[in-house]
Write a protein that binds this ligand. Structure first.
Ligand code: FES
Length: 100
């Protein structure tokens, strides 16, 4: 499954792990050491917003619910986004958290 790299808004790496399709990206990131800020957990507040730097095509941005806040091009909510099941083994996803 896809390799996931999580950075803060300064570009410092917080986590680097093999992701799966079972849980939201925020949950997986937290389990792998990145303190992703999450408030509502259901796509309504924007706290968990990130910019996708790499691998946008491997992210299903509504795998765990729909985003209900306005997002710019390239932004996703990590609490409702997941990794696509058909993402190849060598897929690489890099995200930069906006509120950390
Ligand atoms: S934590 Fe509220 S939108 Fe993700």
């Amino acid at each position: 499954m896809a390799k996931v790299i999580v950075k803060d808004n300064s570009g410092d790496e917080l986590a680097n792990f093999a992701g799966n399709s079972d849980d939201p990206i925020s949950t997986q990131s937290q389990e792998n050491g990145a303190e992703v800020p999450v408030a509502c957990g259901v796509g309504v507040c924007g706290t968990c917003k990130c910019k996708v730097k790499k691998g946008r095509e491997f992210i299903d941005d509504s795998a765990f619910g729909d985003a209900q806040v306005p997002l710019e091009e390239g932004e996703v909510l990590t609490c409702v986004s997941g990794i696509k099941e058909d993402a190849p083994e060598d897929a690489e996803i890099e995200i930069e958290l906006e509120n950390l």
